[in-house]
Structures are given as structure tokens and as C-alpha cells.
Design a protein around this ligand. Structure first.
Ligand code: BV8
Ligand code: ZN
Length: 252
């Protein structure tokens, strides 16, 4: 893969790099992206309908079953070369801020630290009443392929219904993570946007904030991206191939 020399120099000389990831960075670990259609029990739903407080209110067993099937899938897979290249990049640059929209823990398992999760995590369920965190069994019974409805567990503290530890549509993002992400985007020299369709706000503002602040923005995505001009590049391809190649080219 050929890279623009200006881009390679910009990456090598960057004082502060922000990496902003979406579902695409976990695709090569076998985790379906948000754009991918759902399967089995949930095939008739759009994720946008299920990832809401109303859906959980309406049918907690359908929604909790969906999140459990996703959590099991994540536990059953591993980080891919894209996750590992991002963890490696943190050792090559002076400062790296990793911001993810993903709710899996594959960045952490690849060795990345201080990951800013803008949309929460599958691995931090909490009581929907008292917000007490709830410890899930790591090795629950195997998931049937077509999925299943599951009654959410009850909080040991107050008996309230446990909910997934994610940010649903219509819910506010964690303020600290969002503020840290916005500040990093406004102060970085280069923002790498990896595997995101950039349609969910306020997270999708990050590349625009970086561009407006004069940073370079690099999109890593197999699909074409609308580039706004300025110092913006598209590296067309899967993150698991592009990111390791980019690091190898920048630090021969
Ligand atoms: C908010 C957690 C303020 C859950 C997620 C009406 C009412 C209320 C709000 C709104 C409204 N209308 C609009 C909004 C705002 C709304 C929004 O942005 N809607 C959009 C759809 C228009 N946002 C919100 O609601 C946010 N909250 O605004 O709060 C508020 C508060 C109170 C009242 C009102 C407002 C909350 C948004 C967070 C939602 N939760 N996730 C869960 O995971 O189940 S978002 C979820 O979707 C993901 O986390 C992710 O962020 C997003 C999907 O985006 P991507 O990650 O980009 O994934 P996608 O599949 O789209 O794309 C994958 C990309 O990868 C593609 O480009 C593909 O080409 C590429 N790819 C594929 N393979 C590879 C690859 N790239 C590289 N390598 C590969 N191998
Ligand atoms: Zn409780």
C-alpha cells in the first residue's frame, strides 16, 4: 500500500494524535457493525430501534437478550491487527488519545489504555434504578445461534432491573469522556478516524472539530468518504490491513 509522504511526515512529527474508532475497527474480529443487518431473533429490527430506552422499557427480555448475545460474541473473539496497531501507535507518538464509539473491550484487550468510551460498554451493566454496577458471570451458558430472549438480572442492592451499560439513542453521553474527546480533537495535530460511518452525534463531530482546529484528518475505511478539503486523507481499505501498513511505512 502506498502512502502520501506528507501524510507519513505529519504522522511521524505529530505531537498529539487522536484515534477515533467506530464499529469498523472490530469488523475483522467478526463483530457485526451497526450498519450490518441483525440476525436470528432480532433480524426484523433495525439496531436503532433496539438501542433505545423505549425498546428496553417495552420488551426488556428481547433487548437484554440482544446485548447478552453481543457480549458473548465479544468474549468469544479477540482483537485484530487494527486494534493492535493502534496500541502500538501509542508507543510511537508523544501523546495519543483513543476515543471509541464501540461498546466492546477489544481496544483494552489489544493493550490500549485510558480508552474514552463515548457510548459506554457491554461489560459494565448497571441497575436501571440505583445505578449500582452489576457483575455478570464471565462464562454463562452458550448462546443459541438464533439468539434468545433473556430476563435481565435483578440488582442485589435494590431489586431494580439491570440494564446494559451503554448509551442509548436519546440518552446523554458521559460528560467527562465527551469533554476530554472534544478537547483532544481541538488540540491534536492529527486525527485518525477509523471504521466509522460518522452519522451518530455528538461523537461524529470529532473529525470536524480537528479539521477546524487546523489538524490533519485521516479516514481509514473501505468505503469512500466525503472529504471536506483541507488536510484530509482517505486510506481506503480494512483497518486490520491499512493501520499496520501505515505504521510500517511511517517508521521504516
Ligand atoms: C444524544 C451504544 C443528547 C448502543 C450507540 C432524536 C432523538 C434523540 C436524539 C437524536 C434524535 N435525532 C438525532 C439524535 C441524535 C442521535 C443521533 O445521532 N442519531 C443519528 C442516527 C441521526 N444521537 C443520540 O441520541 C446520542 N445522544 O444526542 O443525547 C440528547 C439527550 C436527551 C434527549 C435528546 C438528545 C446518543 C448516541 C449513542 C447511541 N448509542 N451505541 C449500542 O451499541 O447498542 S451508537 C452506535 O451506532 C455505535 O456505538 C456507533 O456509535 C454508531 C454506529 O456508528 P459506527 O460505529 O460508525 O458504525 P457503522 O456500522 O455505522 O459504520 C461502520 C463503518 O465501518 C462503515 O463506514 C464501514 O464502511 C466501516 N467498515 C466496515 N468494515 C471495516 C470498516 N472500516 C475499517 N475496517 C473495516 N474492516
Ligand atoms: Zn439497584
Amino acid at each position: 500500500m502506498q502512502f502520501d509522504q506528507t501524510l507519513l511526515t505529519c504522522l511521524r512529527e505529530a505531537r498529539h494524535v487522536v484515534v477515533f474508532t467506530g464499529a469498523g475497527v472490530s469488523a475483522e474480529s467478526g463483530i457485526a457493525t451497526f450498519r450490518d443487518a441483525l440476525s436470528g431473533l432480532w433480524s426484523r429490527f433495525d439496531p436503532m430501534q433496539l438501542a433505545t430506552p423505549e425498546a428496553f422499557e417495552d420488551d426488556p427480555e428481547l433487548v437484554w437478550g440482544w446485548y447478552e448475545s453481543r457480549r458473548m460474541q465479544v468474549l468469544g473473539t479477540s482483537p485484530n491487527p487494527g486494534h493492535r496497531a493502534i496500541a502500538e501507535l501509542a508507543k510511537r507518538v508523544t501523546q495519543l488519545t483513543l476515543v471509541t464509539q464501540n461498546v466492546d473491550d477489544l481496544h483494552e484487550r489489544a493493550g490500549s489504555a485510558n480508552v474514552l468510551h463515548l457510548h459506554g460498554s457491554l461489560h459494565q451493566p448497571r441497575c436501571s434504578r440505583c445505578a449500582e454496577s452489576f457483575q455478570m458471570p464471565l462464562a454463562p451458558p452458550a448462546e443459541p445461534a438464533e439468539g434468545r430472549r433473556l430476563a435481565p438480572p435483578r440488582c442485589a442492592h435494590c431489586g431494580g432491573e439491570v440494564r446494559p451499560g451503554v448509551v442509548w439513542f436519546g440518552e446523554s453521553l458521559p460528560v467527562d469522556a465527551l469533554e476530554a474527546a472534544f478537547a483532544a480533537a481541538a488540540g491534536c495535530d492529527l486525527l485518525l478516524s477509523v471504521g466509522t460511518s460518522g452519522v451518530v452525534y455528538p461523537a461524529a463531530q470529532l473529525p470536524h472539530i480537528a479539521l477546524q482546529a487546523g489538524a490533519a484528518v485521516v479516514h481509514v475505511n473501505p468505503e469512500p468518504q466525503a472529504l471536506g478539503g483541507g488536510r484530509e486523507w482517505l486510506l481506503a481499505g480494512p483497518a486490520g490491513e491499512v493501520l499496520p501498513a501505515l505504521l510500517a511505512a511511517a517508521w521504516r
